[in-house]
Structure formats: structure tokens, C-alpha cells
Write a protein that binds this ligand. Structure first.
Ligand SMILES: Nc1ncnc2c1ncn2[C@@H]1O[C@H](COP(=O)(O)OP(=O)(O)OP(=O)(O)O)[C@@H](O)[C@H]1O
Ligand SMILES: [Mg+2]
Length: 623
């Protein structure tokens, strides 16, 4: 049972750099962030001022009432009204900065997701070879979510706590330096404890994110492989493997949360102890006449409100750590090396003017030209050559060894050979899914590296070995080949591929909606649509990778007729398992272990009595 591939999560090695990079995303919100800061300061200031007002209220109003038979409440009511107003300002400030931070966080995330997705489209195929979809998905969902939380909650609460601590301390020093000294001592103890716990739980938070990625990757893989799992009755094994991963996730989450949740009660208790110590010391100072009751009341209130921000900072430290780890994974994706595209030659529509010269034009003419940056036009003919091409996927094992071949314009070249011989690999190199390590591939005499990838791929019609259809109607799927194709062109492409017959028998015909990957069609039908999709693109070069392998013999002969007209005047590379397709090719390349061991047309190869002969004599299937 294949497990998910090893995760390669970056640890937040460079927290500072990552944080700076996040800050860059805040640039467009500079104005709003200034308002956030104002709201934040207003909220903290209101809190501190409100608390301070306890002092005059106690000293000037409440204490004079002691023993007074006719207390005057008017002054007190006025004071309380001011206090209420101050707190209201604080609440408004809090609401304002929270609301604005939602703008900042959702906007930043919007931008990040777009950047990630856009980046993903530029990544080479090899990026996806080494990762499960679940891992990549986890970056989009989990990592962005912790980041959103950090931006909308973590950061503001971090800043407001810091400001509050400074403000509260200032007030405490003003009120009474001796008691403040005691409070500072307690604070240092609290900070030491926090640091120890936060450091440990940070590690578990990373482990938790890692586990989330693994669990997601596994689920995703098992959804895709559901049929295989059932065929081999591996449900039990799959469940127990999932159980393991799930348990690891539980353990890591529990460890991370436990440490985080221990922090709260410890801080709480410590703050009670602090409160008691300060109350007792304050009482003694009061008896000695050093401090009045109003001051002590306000001071004690500050003592209460200073441990809260300290606890909050430590709590947020965890969130910020895991958010930074997530952010690093996001940035790692953004920093992935994009597919190299150094080519500057593009493909344009062209026509031949009265003088017999090639000239560029905007409409489709069925004639194409390569346009060099100098403006020089070279007619696209479909001459593809490999010269001593050696290629390896992993840089270790050579999958293709010194392959040389040429396809003259309009020729039909067939590749045959055992499975794993390197047939698909050759086609992957023509369209530059991968780049070669040595040798040369030219297209109409131009090294393909000099051709812009979009133009190169646009000139190649491909039917890939594993067909992929998108959610949408049959018509939309065929139109994927060329977005400006008319409905008539789509139908004639389908007719060419012999897909028209079965499509018209679908419940909604061309408007039948295909579910993900065409699951409601047969394998052969999917291939027919894929062929129609390539046909509608009407490209100068066609590459068909085992396009006919899932099609019955009768349909195949129908397709062949259609293909013949599709292949006319085009260079075609075809990888086929059936001799009928191979036999009438202009040249057949027999591949074995990444080398071309025989080449020639059918008759020549039969005469040679080599591998092809064996394949031909041995069986009808060439794989
Ligand atoms: N993405 C990849 N990463 C690493 N190795 C790969 C990759 N794709 C193919 N290979 C290896 O390259 C070799 C050639 O594979 P290729 O797909 O070209 O074979 P093929 O001739 O098309 O076989 P088949 O007839 O089964 O389709 C194989 O040994 C395979 O293991
Ligand atoms: Mg293949």
C-alpha cells in the first residue's frame, strides 16, 4: 500500500525574515493600519484611564461619605458618566481596529492565494511529481488559515498587550514605585515560565501542522485510489494506516494544546498570588500612611489588568509561531523555481502573399510561422529532430540514452517498445515538460529552448496517456483545445475523432455535463473526447500517446480513418500498442531501456528480424 510521500515542511528557520515578508503585504493597507493603531491605542488608553478614575472616585466621593448622614451623589454620578464615556470610547476603538484588521487579513489572504495559484500554473511538472495533492492543498487551506488568524487576531492582540503593559506600568510607577517593584518581580517569574512553555509548545505546533498535512495527503490519495483499495480488499490496511496517522495528529495536537492550556491556569494562579502579595503589602503601606485607599484601589485594579496582557502575549506567541511556520511554507511555494522559459520565438498565423513571401496575419490561415524577435519569419513545417539526447528525471538514472531521431514534415513516426522503455518520456521532452541534460532538440531547425513555451505547446496537439477531462459539458471540454472554436468546428472535430456518434447518444448530447475527470464516461469515450479536443486545436504537429489503447477494434478502425485525415500534412508522433496503427507509419522507432535499438518502416524492420519482428510475430499487442 503506497503511503503518502515524505513531507518536507520547512521549519520556521527564519522567523524574522518571514515576518518582514508578511509586513510587505500590509503596504496597501497603510492608511487602514494607521486607523488600526489609533483604535488600538484608544482602546488601551480608555482602559488605563478608566481604571485610574477609581482613585479620585474613592478618595473624593466614597471616602467622604463614611459617617456622612446626607451624602451628595451628584458629583459621583457625573464622575461615573465620564467613566462610562471613557469605556465607550475604548469599546468603539476595539470594534474599529478589529473590523479593520478583518479587511487587512482577508485582503492579504486573497492576494496570497492568488499569488500561490498563479505561481502554481508556472511550476514545472517535476514539482507535482514529488508531492501529493494533499500536501499542496494543505498549504492553501491550513497554512493560510493560521496566517489569517494571526493577522486578524494574533498581531493586534500582541500589539495591544504590549502597549497595555507599558501603559499600565507607567501608571503603576506613578501611583506607587514600591508596589511596582514587587509587581515587576512577579512579572519576571511569569515571563520565565511563559518562555519555557512557549518554546516547547512551538515545537508541537509545528509537529501538528506536519501531521495535518500527512493526514490530508493520505485521505486525498485514498479517495483517488478508492477503486484499487476495494479491488484488493485493502480497506482494513488503509484504515489502520489512517488510524496511525490520525493518532499521531491527535497526539501532536494534544501535546500542543496541553502546553498551551496549562499556561492559562498557571498564569491565572500566579496573578492571584501577585494580587494577594500586593494587596497585603499595600495594606501595610496604608497602615504606615504611605499610600491612600484610592491609590491602592486603582493600583490593585492595574495589577489585575497587567497579568492579562502578559498571559495573552504568551498565548499569541504560540499562534504566531505556527503561523510563521505556515507562512514559510506558503513563501516556499511562492519561491519555487518557475518553469524556465528563455524562449523568445513565438508562433504566429501567417499567409503567403502575391510575391510568394510569408507574412504575418491575425486571422487563422492554417499556415503558421515562427517569428524571431528580429521579425524574421520561418514557416512552421513540423520538422522535429533529436540529436544525442540524454535525459534523466532524477539526475541519477538515464531514462533516455543518446537518442537521435528525426521526423520530416508530414511524417508519421511511431514509437514501440516495452513498457517503461521511454516512449512517453520522449513526448514529454518535445513539449518541454522536462528539460534535457545533454543533446539537442530542434523544431524546424530552431532549438526548442529558443521557442516560447506557450507557442511550442500551442503548436503541438497532444493526447496524453492519461486523459484528463474537466468538470463541464462535452462541448466545453472539446473547446478546451481552442477557445475560439465555433460549435460547428467542435462537431466536425468530434466527427473527425469519431466521437460524434456516441456524443449524440448521450442524454444531453454535447451539453451533457461531465463529472470530475469524466467519471460518467467509459475510458474509450474519454479518449475519443481527448482526441476531438486535440483535433479542434488543429495544430501543425500531433502527439498521440497510446490514444487508441482503450478502444475496441471496430471503433479503432473508425478512428484510424478519422485520424488519417487529421494526420494529413502534419507531423505525427504516435505511441501505439496496436500494430494496425504502427504498420502504416513512415518510420518506426523501437525503444528499449531508453535507447533506439531499431528504426525503419514496417517492411524493413520485419526483414531485419530483430526486436520488432519478435514483437510482430509474438503478439499483436506491442506493449
Ligand atoms: N515523472 C517521472 N519521474 C521519474 N521517473 C519517471 C517519471 N516518469 C517516468 N519515469 C521513468 O522513466 C522510464 C520511462 O518511462 P515512460 O513513461 O517514458 O515509459 P513508456 O515507454 O511510456 O512506458 P508505457 O508503455 O508503460 O507507457 C520508466 O523507467 C519510468 O520509471
Ligand atoms: Mg507511456
Amino acid at each position: 500500500m503506497p503511503g503518502p510521500r515524505k513531507q518536507s515542511f520547512a521549519k520556521p528557520k527564519n522567523a524574522k525574515g518571514t515576518f518582514r515578508r508578511i509586513l510587505k503585504y500590509f503596504k496597501p493597507y497603510r492608511g487602514q493600519l494607521v486607523l488600526v493603531l489609533i483604535g488600538l491605542l484608544a482602546s488601551v488608553a480608555a482602559n488605563i484611564a478608566g481604571t485610574y478614575m477609581l482613585r479620585p472616585i474613592i478618595n473624593e466621593y466614597i471616602i467622604p461619605w463614611i459617617g456622612n448622614e446626607n451624602p451628595d451623589f451628584t458629583g459621583l454620578i457625573g464622575q461615573l458618566a465620564v467613566m462610562a464615556a471613557v469605556y465607550t470610547i475604548g469599546i468603539l476603538g476595539t470594534f474599529m481596529y478589529n473590523r479593520l484588521m478583518i479587511n487587512v487579513s482577508t485582503g492579504t489572504l486573497l492576494k496570497l492565494r492568488l499569488e500561490m495559484f498563479t505561481k502554481m500554473q508556472t511550476l514545472p511538472i517535476s514539482y507535482f511529481d514529488g508531492r501529493t495533492h494533499g500536501e499542496i492543498m494543505s498549504t492553501y487551506t491550513n497554512d493560510t488559515d493560521v496566517m489569517r488568524e494571526m493577522i486578524s487576531q494574533g498581531l493586534p492582540s500582541f500589539i495591544s498587550s504590549a502597549v497595555r503593559i507599558v501603559g499600565v506600568f507607567t501608571m503603576m510607577i506613578v501611583l506607587n514605585p514600591i508596589l511596582t517593584g514587587i509587581a515587576i518581580l512577579m512579572l519576571v517569574i511569569m515571563m520565565l515560565i511563559t518562555k519555557t512553555i512557549a518554546g516547547r509548545s512551538g515545537r508541537f505546533f509545528k509537529a501538528r501542522q506536519d501531521s495535518v498535512g500527512k493526514v490530508n495527503g493520505y485521505i486525498e490519495e485514498m479517495i483517488e485510489g478508492q477503486k484499487v483499495v476495494k479491488v484488493f480488499c485493502h480497506e482494513q490496511a488503509v484504515n489502520s494506516r489512517f488510524d496511525e496517522l490520525n493518532e499521531t495528529l491527535r497526539r501532536n495536537t494534544a501535546a500542543a494544546s496541553t502546553l498551551a492550556s496549562i499556561m492559562g491556569p498557571i498564569m491565572n494562579n500566579l496573578s492571584h498570588v501577585t494580587y494577594a502579595i500586593i494587596a497585603a503589602s499595600g495594606g501595610l503601606l496604608g497602615v504606615a500612611g504611605i499610600i491612600d485607599i484610592g491609590t491602592l484601589g486603582a493600583f490593585l485594579q492595574y495589577t489585575r489588568s497587567f497579568s492579562m496582557p502578559v498571559a495573552e502575549i504568551s498565548q499569541q506567541a504560540n499562534n504566531v509561531l505556527s503561523a510563521l511556520a505556515g507562512a514559510e511554507r506558503i513563501f516556499a511555494l511562492l519561491d519555487e523555481k518557475a518553469e524556465e522559459d528563455e524562449g523568445d520565438i513565438v508562433m504566429v498565423n501567417a499567409r503567403v502573399n502575391e510575391k510568394g513571401e510569408l507574412e504575418e496575419c491575425s486571422e487563422r490561415t492554417e499556415i503558421w510561422a515562427w517569428k524571431k524577435p528580429t521579425g524574421e519569419l520561418i514557416r512552421v513545417r513540423g520538422d522535429v529532430r533529436f540529436e544525442g539526447v540524454t535525459f534523466s528525471y532524477d539526475g541519477k538514472v538515464d531514462v533516455l540514452k543518446n537518442v537521435s531521431l528525426y521526423a520530416k514534415p508530414g511524417q508519421k513516426i511511431a514509437f514501440v517498445g516495452s513498457t517503461g522503455a521511454g516512449k512517453t518520456t520522449i513526448t514529454n521532452l518535445i513539449n518541454r515538460f522536462y528539460d534535457i541534460q545533454s543533446g539537442r532538440i530542434t523544431y524546424d531547425g530552431i532549438p526548442i529552448r529558443q521557442i516560447k513555451k506557450a507557442s511550442l505547446r500551442g503548436s503541438l496537439g497532444m493526447v496524453l496517456q492519461d486523459t484528463h477531462l474537466f468538470t463541464g459539458t462535452v462541448r466545453e471540454n472539446i473547446r478546451y483545445g481552442r477557445l475560439d472554436a465555433t460549435d460547428e468546428e467542435i462537431v466536425s472535430a468530434a466527427k473527425l475523432a469519431n466521437a460524434h456518434y456516441f456524443i449524440s447518444h448521450l442524454p444531453e448530447g454535447y451539453d451533457t455535463v461531465l463529472t470530475a475527470d469524466g467519471a460518467n464516461l467509459s475510458q474509450g469515450q474519454r479518449q475519443l473526447i481527448a482526441i476531438a479536443r486535440a483535433a479542434v486545436a488543429d495544430p501543425p504537429v500531433l502527439i498521440l500517446d497510446e490514444a487508441t489503447s482503450s478502444i475496441d477494434t471496430r471503433t479503432e478502425s473508425l478512428i484510424e480513418k478519422g485520424m488519417d485525415s487529421l494526420m494529413k500534412d502534419r507531423t505525427v508522433f504516435v505511441i501505439a500498442h496496436r500494430l494496425s496503427t504502427v504498420r502504416n507509419s513512415d518510420a518506426i522507432m523501437v525503444l528499449e531501456h531508453g535507447e533506439i535499438i531499431e528504426r525503419g518502416n514496417h517492411d524493413e524492420l520485419i526483414k531485419q528480424q530483430g526486436k520488432y519482428y519478435q514483437l510482430y510475430m509474438g503478439m499483436f499487442e506491442l506493449s
